[in-house]
Structures are given as C-alpha cells and as structure tokens.
Ligand binder design. Structure first.
Ligand code: URA
Length: 213
C-alpha cells in the first residue's frame, strides 16, 4: 500500500534524525529537519540551524525566525502552520560558521526528499546558500532577487536571509516585503490555474514566470 505523502515525510524525518553523512553530526545537539504543513503550497528554505534551532529542534525559532514570522504574517497573512520551513543543512554548523560545500552536498538528498514529498507551488529561498543550491548558480542574492524563476513545475522566489535584514537597512527590508508579496501572488495564480478546468485541446502554454515579476 502506498504511504500518504505527509506520513512519508515523517518517515524521512525519522531517518534523517540519525544522519551521520557529514562532520556536522559530531557537534549538533539534534537534526533540525523541517516544520509546518506537509502539504503546504509554500516552502521556505534557509541556510542552516543556529544555536536556538539546534537546542529546540525547529528551524527559524531565534531572532531571524521571529522576523520571518512577522513579515510572512504581515505580507502574506500566513502563520507557521500554513507553510513549511526547511534548511539547506539540517545540522548546526559550529560557532555559526557558513556550511561547507561538502556538507551542503551531503545534506542535499534530504532537501530533495522534502521537495519531492511537499511539492510546494512556490519555494522562497532565504539568502545566498539556499538560492545558490536550488538555482545552481554562483550569482549573489542582490543580483538574483526581484525575479521569479521556474522551478520543478512550480516557481522559486529568492529573497534575503532575515539575519541580513536584522543587520541591514530599510531598503533590504522593503525588498524582502516585496518578494513576499510576489510569492503570495504566485501562489494565488498557481492555485487559480489548478482550479480552472481547461480542456486538453486548449491547454495554455507553460507558465511564463516573468508574468509574476
Ligand atoms: N537561519 C537559518 O538559515 N535557518 C534557521 O533555521 C535559523 C536561522
């Protein structure tokens, strides 16, 4: 019998809880796999757990997470139970250092399983690490943000990491708010497209992601 996708996501999380695929396993308190609606239309992908996340086992529960929650509520009207959050690496890099390329590569199969099972309509990447990992680019967030990208049958919207907003100024905050509004519109458009039954012979051309810019 086929396992329902939400149950399978839990099985994958249980398997990940004992992961030793990279050196981060030696210093973590626990694996921080992800949180939220397993059927969500919206998936945020961050960088990796910090000290609070490592302690509590949930992504984005520190200062960055509080800001993320606030902005998502204000711009999208959504609370944590209505979307999903994951990270590029599931274990805390010691001393909050950047995740290393081999750690990101070792952890990637877990993120792939999350994408496969959640099947979000829209992925919002937070910061450079998530954006570079999923868009397979070396460009930086300042260059890449402001557009919407086709991604695995859905859309990807890159934005700043909330930690950068906490450090940065009003302009970045306004841009992140605009990115979240773009994500809300993209979800609404994707949902409307699914709700309208179109006979096969007049099926529309594939979505032009630039329409959402
Ligand atoms: N920063 C991240 O990128 N992820 C978290 O879960 C927390 C802070």
């Amino acid at each position: 019998m086929e396992v329902p996708r939400p149950a399978e996501l839990q099985l994958v999380a249980d398997e990940a809880a004992t992961c030793v695929r990279c050196r981060l396993a030696e210093t973590r308190t626990q694996v921080v796999f992800g949180v939220g609606d397993p059927d969500a239309d919206l998936l945020f992908v961050g960088e990796g757990p910090g000290a609070e996340e490592d302690r509590l086992g949930e992504p984005f529960v520190g200062r960055s997470g509080k800001l993320l929650d606030q902005l998502v509520l204000e711009e999208m009207g959504l609370t944590r139970d209505q979307f999903h959050i994951a990270n590029v690496v599931k274990c805390r890099p010691p001393d909050n250092r950047d995740p290393q390329p081999d750690e990101i590569a070792a952890c990637n199969p877990w993120l792939e399983r999350q994408l496969e099972l959640i099947q979000p309509k829209v992925v919002v990447t937070l910061g450079n690490f998530a954006m570079r990992t999923l868009l397979q680019t070396r460009d930086g967030i300042t260059k890449v943000r402001g557009s919407t990208y086709p991604f695995r049958g859905g859309l990807l919207i890159p934005t700043f990491h909330p930690a950068a907003i906490l450090r940065g100024g009003a302009q970045q905050l306004a841009q992140m708010r605009a990115d979240l509004v773009r994500a809300k519109q993209a979800i609404a458009a994707a949902t409307a497209a699914v709700d309208v039954e179109v006979p096969a012979e007049v099926a529309p051309a594939p979505t032009d992601a630039t329409l959402f810019d």
